[in-house]
Design a protein around this ligand. Sequence first.
Ligand SMILES: [Ca+2]
Ligand SMILES: [Ca+2]
Length: 234
Amino acid sequence: MRVTCAVVFTVLSCVVADPAIAQAQSRPVSNRPGRFLSLPNAQKCANRPKQFFFRGHNYFFSGHVPELAGRKVDWLDARNICREYCMDLVSMETQEENNMIFRLIQQNDVPYIWTSGRLCDFKGCENRPDLEPKNIFGWFWSANREKIQPTNRAPAGFSFNPWSQTGHKKQRQPDNAEFDINGTSESCLSILNNVYNDGIAWHDVACYHEKPFVCEDSDELLNYVASTNRGIRL
Ligand SMILES: [Ca+2]
Ligand SMILES: [Ca+2]
């Protein structure tokens, strides 16, 4: 079974090159075997929900799409729902984009969402001094595999640090708090809406929790579907 999974992973990684799959497969918190990243569905990509548009990308909040409203899913399922639409979970590379997502959460009173932020703590992340210590330098946007800037200061171009200054342990985020409770790492980036009386802020959260989510266009998947479906309108 392991060999089969590895082969499938290799095939998938030719298209998406995402080591997060390997981690998702080996996570003890999931009882579901063989979980992989989904490939895009051309028809769904062409008809994907386009709730709002920013700097060349379309976005939607799952709670505002009739077929997804009310659904809460774990981090990998959220990614895969987005990916079938040639999207991926949202990544906030700029303060402007981050503020747009914070506003969406505030105006709609959304308690929390998943983003594509991920801790590089799986196979392939070893022996990388540039990622140490992991809680400061080990985060990246899985949607495009860009590094997230050090967690202990305001990212370049931001006037504030979007990571919360508090949480379960009353320590600044990321705090990997659930690890102390049940041994599960907080490897996924969620935006929480005032859960710790801390306003709307970034938190590291264990990836098995079920949440609504925001999808953002994936250039990689849109280009892939465009190049393999001549004449398709995306
Ligand atoms: Ca983005
Ligand atoms: Ca946390």
